[in-house]
Write a new protein. Structure first.
Length: 225
């Protein structure tokens, strides 16, 4: 038997030996790992006291934090998942103000996106590989908004605020059982997050509508209680 055939056969025997623990109503699955929020942002034109500033917009940076989710199995194939994580922190930068002879603003803000999702596991409840899809609701709370010293000096900026957001959430991923309790998981969310950014400046109040709409990608381990 060739080496690659031996390797494949060994993996097959390992997977058979690991077995799978059936999902049952009342099980709790806890997932931990790393999660990255990658905004698919659409930042509207900046408004100065309600007047549009043509050619302006903004950018939002990515953020990676620790993942924590808990899923309560309602049946062998349906679960209710709550997403939590350590606070995400994003760099925010306006664009286009340089064309008006002004300095672009640089800001930071943290947010928490608790998300409740109903998941469907289409495979047999005792399958070792468990793909899932789902949909639910997201609430995003922005806090600890901060303005860079350079932006304060250049624009006299103060009182940065981003409104909280409610929106839909869509989810897909998979679990792979490693033994009766532990497993590996990976997955993605698409979150509908819309907010309004406002900040006071020496020229007046600047505001803009922001569609964050991030892809949230996670991977880690899960434990079944």
């Amino acid at each position: 038997m060739k080496n690659y055939q031996k390797a494949i056969y060994g993996l097959f025997l390992l997977s058979v030996g690991l077995g799978a623990q059936a999902h049952e109503a009342g099980d709790v699955l806890v997932r931990v790992g790393l999660v990255n929020v990658s905004p698919n942002e659409d930042v509207g034109e900046l408004q100065l006291d309600g007047a549009a500033l043509a050619g302006t917009g903004g950018e939002i940076g990515n953020s990676t934090q620790l993942l924590l989710t808990a899923t309560y199995m309602l049946s062998g194939n349906v679960g209710l998942e709550l997403l939590a994580a350590s606070p995400f922190e994003h760099d925010i930068r306006t664009t286009g103000l340089e064309n008006l002879g002004l300095v672009n603003g640089e800001f930071e803000a943290k947010h928490l996106p608790p998300t409740l999702t109903l998941l469907w596991y289409p495979a047999a409840s005792n399958a070792q590989f468990q793909p899932f899809i789902g949909a639910g609701l997201n609430y995003t709370l922005f806090f600890s908004e901060d303005i860079s010293d350079a932006t304060v000096a250049a624009l006299g900026a103060d009182n940065l605020n981003l409104d909280s957001s409610f929106g839909l959430a869509f989810r897909a991923g998979f679990d792979v059982d490693l033994n009766e309790s532990w497993g590996f998981n990976a997955g993605v969310w698409y979150l509908d997050i819309d907010t309004e950014l406002t900040v006071d400046t020496a020229l007046g109040q600047v505001s803009t509508d922001v569609k964050v709409d991030p892809w949230v990608i996670a991977a880690g381990l899960n434990y079944r209680f």
